[in-house]
Design a protein around this ligand. Structure first.
Ligand SMILES: Cc1ncc(COP(=O)(O)O)c(C=O)c1O
Length: 464
């Protein structure tokens, strides 16, 4: 890291600032402030226009498990670029078949049939179509504080607050879709987790019975609800949800977009539990950044859904050869190099480091997560647990100044580096985060107006 970096203000060249201004003028997108512009990545690091070095603390959008420019993936990309990039969706290629087979081989039960999609949102839409087609029901019930994507049906079952749904009105389905009471123990009205499991499942059972048509096609849930606050369900809660799905003849859909493969210390996040889903969706981490997402189900459900509700689903890009070859290679490396076990071990070390920071910084109300996916819950007061969006945003800003590119939305700071991150890199990261926390505790940065940050946190702040 250069000396410039440890100064209190960003040292950005005129050409960097000019690019930032052009971006603000011409591109609508999510942006943090300052809107640093990056030009390259290598391993767990990324570099900005001025060649400043940062840890990529989210591996892109939690997609690059092997970090940037992994040599074996670079070779695959080069080979495929010369050989076969894209094809008609009415045909297929050996890489898509092998990727589907490898995914199926890692899943328990009879989860063997893959319907490819481009985005995680689309994969969840396919899952919902499958559930409707296979059951004849029509409601999809989701967990309050769950996130399943931004296309409109996926948005309808998403409830993470902020401005996402504002103004969409009837473009999303009725809010009764979002009726499963979450196992959010840290912010539950009772502090005893067992008691909250009992209450939340009872409330959920009532909501399913009294607020739906009782023609429930599916229940969709993330086995660890990331965007909603890194909510880690108990075995009892998830099993309870399985029982409720069975009671209503609904299919249980696990959205693994944020979790698989490996990141949580199990290949699939739901393998922390002995609960089997009927449908699983994959995205982000399974894609190596090449947007090859999908939906897996059993042959029985696939044939019941076939020919109904647009199943099988495709479009212009799903199962493209280049994307599938790269994603296949990444999954092979995750398995070959035992990166799931690595994520579990290094994740334990990360958790210790974060718990150490919590002891020194009152603003960290809670540290939640599994493996190499953790979240800091930033609070105004550890007793009341009142979320502190502004403080989280400040921490994100100072962390960036310390060379950590973090995702922070609302009062939640995500720690999800590529799963190849080593123990000594984790020590370095935790040290830098400690500096950022200390600076954030001393006051807001003079250099930037965090309210301009385009995250949902800023959206709430603007309304405040
Ligand atoms: C759990 C979950 N499901 C689905 C999605 C949507 O994925 P995509 O952005 O690829 O549509 C996300 C995105 O963040 C997610 O976190």
């Amino acid at each position: 890291m250069s000396d410039k970096h440890v100064e209190k203000a960003f040292q950005l060249s005129a050409s960097h600032r000019a690019l930032m201004a052009r971006d603000a003028e011409s591109v609508l997108g999510w942006r943090y402030e300052p809107r640093i512009i990056f030009t390259r990545g290598k391993g767990v690091k990324i570099y900005d226009v001025d060649n400043h070095e940062y840890y990529d603390m989210s591996g892109g959008m939690m997609s690059l498990l092997l970090g940037h420019a992994h040599p074996e993936l670079v070779d695959t990309i080069k080979t495929m670029a010369e050989q076969f990039v894209h094809q008609s969706s009415w045909y297929t290629n050996p890489w898509a078949i092998e990727f589907a087979e490898l995914i199926a081989s890692t899943l328990p039960g009879d989860l063997k049939m893959v319907n490819f999609a481009v985005t995680g949102s689309e994969a969840n839409e396919v899952a919902m179509r499958m559930a409707l087609g296979a059951t004849g029901g029509f409601e999809i019930c989701s967990v309050v504080r769950g996130l399943h994507g931004g296309s409109l049906a996926a948005e309808a079952v998403t409830t993470v607050g902020g401005g996402r749904k504002r103004g969409l009105g009837p473009l999303t389905m009725p809010a009764r879709s979002n009726i499963i009471v979450p196992p959010f123990y840290y912010r539950a009205p009772v502090r005893d987790a067992d008691e909250w499991d009992r209450i939340s499942l009872q409330m959920t059972a009532d909501m399913l019975e009294y607020t739906t048509s009782q023609e429930i096609a599916g229940i969709i849930v993330e086995p660890m609800m990331v965007a909603g606050g890194m909510i880690v369900p108990s075995q009892r809660w998830l099993r309870g949800l399985r029982e409720l799905a069975d009671r209503w003849g609904a299919l249980l859909i696990f959205d693994e977009a944020q979790l698989a493969p490996g990141r949580t210390g199990k290949l699939w996040g739901f393998q922390h539990y002995d609960v089997l889903p009927d449908i699983v969706t994959f995205a982000k981490g399974m894609t190596a950044g090449f947007a090859t997402c999908g939906t897996v189900t059993t042959p029985k459900i696939a044939s019941a859904a076939r020919g109904k509700k647009g199943i099988p689903w495709s479009g212009t890009y799903p199962q493209d050869p280049l994307a599938c070859a790269v994603a296949l290679k990444q999954l092979q490396i995750v398995l070959r190099d035992k990166l799931t076990e690595h994520a579990e071990n290094v994740g334990r070390h990360l958790q210790q480091g974060l718990l150490g920071l919590q002891q020194r910084h009152e603003c960290i109300g809670d540290v939640r997560g599994r493996g190499l996916y953790h979240m800091l819950d930033i609070v105004a007061d550890p007793e009341t647990r009142e979320p502190d969006h502004a403080m989280a945003e400040r921490i994100r800003y100072y962390a960036l100044l310390e060379g950590l590119v973090l995702i922070c939305v609302k009062n939640y700071i995500r720690i999800c580096p590529p799963i190849i991150t080593t123990q000594s890199e984790i020590d370095d990261i935790v040290g830098r985060l400690g500096v950022a926390l200390t600076r954030a505790g001393q006051g807001a940065p003079a250099q930037t107006d965090y309210r301009k940050t385009g995250s949902l946190a800023a959206d709430d702040l603007r309304r405040a």
